[in-house]
Design a protein. Structure first.
Length: 321
C-alpha cells in the first residue's frame, strides 16, 4: 500500500504544471568597465547603457573596476556568476595583448569569457608634428632608413597599442627607430607636439583635435579603408604596408557558460543601441567606428587579435614595464 501511495503521489506531482522560470531580466544588471570614469571604455559604456537599459527593461548599472590596464575589471567579469546579471567591456589590451605579455592574465580570454559583440573600433593613425619635414609616410621611411637610430617614436609603455603599432611599422619597413615611453595618451600627444619624439601612433580621439587644428599631421591609418574623419589620409595597405594593421577596440563579454537566453538578450540590446542614430553620432564624435557583429564573429576576432599581437610580442621579445 505504501508503494502504491508513493507512486500515486509522484504521478500527481508529474501532472502539475511546470513552475514558470524567472523571466530574464528581473533585477538590475551590472556593466563592468575595467577603467576609471572618463576613459574611452567608460565613455562607450555610458553611451550604450541607457539604450540597453530601455531594451532590457531593467537598470544597467555601470561599475568601474580599474586596474592593471583593464585586466582587473575583466577578471571580475570572468569570475562572476554566469546568470546574465554581470557583463563587461574589454579592450584590445585586456583581451588580446596582456594575455601574451610576460605577466599574463588571471583569465583566458577565449576559455573564460563569452563574446557578445564588438562595441567599437578605434583607429590608430601615425602622426608627426605639423612642423615636421615629413609630408608623407614615404618621406619618414626614407629618412629613417638613411639615419638608423636617429628617430624616436612615442608610446604609452611596453606592450601598449602605440608601441606594438610602431613595431609593426618597424618590421614592415625595415626601420631602426627608438621607443620613448610616456604614462598616458595625453602625455604622448604633448611629446609629439613638442617634437620630443618625431612620430607616434595613438587612438584617434586623442589625436583628432590636434590634427584638425593643424598642430599634427596624420600620415597613414591602419584600418582597411580610409576614415571619414581623415579622408585624405591613405591606409597602410594603400602604401604597400598591409601588415601594419593596428586599431584599438572595445567589445562586450560575459562569464563563460552564461545562460544562452540572457546572452542573447544582452546582445540584442547592445545591437539595438549600436544601430541607434544618436548613439552612432555620439560614438562618431568620439572618433570611434560602431561595431555590432554576432558572438561567433566577435569570438573569431578576439582569437585573431590574440594571434596577431602575440606574434609581434614574441618576435620582439617584449616584456611588460
Amino acid at each position: 500500500m505504501r508503494r502504491i501511495a508513493i507512486a500515486a503521489l509522484l504521478g500527481a506531482l508529474a501532472a502539475l504544471p511546470a513552475v514558470a522560470q524567472e523571466t530574464y531580466p528581473s533585477r538590475p544588471i551590472r556593466f563592468v568597465v575595467p577603467f576609471a570614469a572618463g576613459g574611452p571604455s567608460d565613455i562607450v559604456a555610458r553611451i550604450l547603457a541607457p539604450h540597453m537599459q530601455q531594451a532590457l527593461g531593467q537598470p544597467v548599472v555601470v561599475d568601474n573596476r580599474p586596474g592593471a590596464g583593464g585586466v582587473t575589471g575583466v577578471d571580475v567579469v570572468a569570475k562572476a556568476a554566469p546568470d546574465g546579471y554581470v557583463f563587461g567591456i574589454g579592450s584590445a589590451g585586456a583581451l588580446a595583448i596582456s594575455p601574451n605579455l610576460g605577466r599574463g592574465t588571471p583569465y583566458d580570454p577565449v576559455r573564460d569569457l563569452a563574446p557578445i559583440t564588438l562595441g567599437v573600433l578605434v583607429p590608430e593613425p601615425i602622426v608627426v608634428p605639423s612642423a615636421s619635414p615629413y609630408r608623407t609616410l614615404q618621406d619618414l621611411i626614407a629618412d629613417a632608413r638613411a639615419r638608423p637610430g636617429a628617430l624616436n617614436f612615442g608610446s604609452t609603455g611596453n606592450g601598449s597599442m602605440p608601441h606594438l603599432a610602431a613595431e609593426q611599422l618597424r618590421a614592415a619597413a625595415g626601420l631602426d627607430i627608438v621607443q620613448i615611453a610616456y604614462n598616458s595618451g595625453g602625455q604622448l600627444a604633448t611629446a609629439i607636439l613638442r617634437n620630443e619624439v618625431q612620430l607616434g601612433f595613438a587612438d584617434l580621439p586623442v589625436l583628432l583635435p590636434q590634427i584638425n587644428g593643424g598642430a599634427m599631421r596624420a600620415l597613414a591609418v591602419g584600418t582597411p579603408e580610409r576614415l571619414s574623419w581623415l579622408p585624405d589620409v591613405p591606409t597602410f595597405r594603400e602604401l604597400g604596408l598591409p601588415s601594419v594593421d593596428a586599431s584599438n577596440w572595445h567589445g562586450l563579454v560575459a562569464p563563460v557558460r552564461t545562460q544562452p537566453g540572457a546572452l542573447e538578450a544582452i546582445r540584442r540590446a547592445a545591437i539595438a543601441a549600436l544601430q541607434d542614430a544618436d548613439v552612432r553620432r555620439r560614438l562618431n564624435e568620439q572618433g570611434a567606428i560602431p561595431g555590432g557583429n554576432d558572438p561567433e564573429e566577435f569570438g573569431a576576432f578576439i582569437r585573431s587579435e590574440n594571434a596577431k599581437w602575440g606574434e609581434v610580442i614574441r618576435r620582439n621579445n617584449i616584456r611588460p614595464d
